[in-house]
Ligand binder design. Structure first.
Ligand SMILES: [Zn+2]
Length: 88
């Protein structure tokens, strides 16, 4: 985790800006940036997998498989739970 927040400038279309504003109101957030943080968190939780062996984030290789870059575990999604099936 970096302690220095990085600024990412995104050019939103009018439609996307309206969507961000609508979400900001709906979620009662103070700042449009909070909307982006929230969306990013939600999206990353779907995309990222936490390695059950070492707790680092693993990257998905398919819908129900992932590999941990930290401890090299092969992780498989079984009944909604990520389980390490191979420890190298
Ligand atoms: Zn791991």
């Amino acid at each position: 985790m970096s302690s220095q927040p990085q600024k990412v400038v995104v050019n939103l279309t009018d439609e996307e800006q309206a969507a961000v504003q609508a979400l900001q109101q709906e979620l009662k957030l103070d700042d449009p940036a909070e909307v982006m943080h929230l969306l990013l968190r939600q999206a990353s939780q779907r995309a990222m997998v936490v390695c059950p062996n070492c707790g680092h984030s693993a990257s998905r290789t398919s819908a129900d498989d992932a590999t941990c870059a930290s401890c090299m575990s092969v992780i498989h999604l079984s009944d909604g739970i990520w389980e390490a099936i191979q420890l190298q």
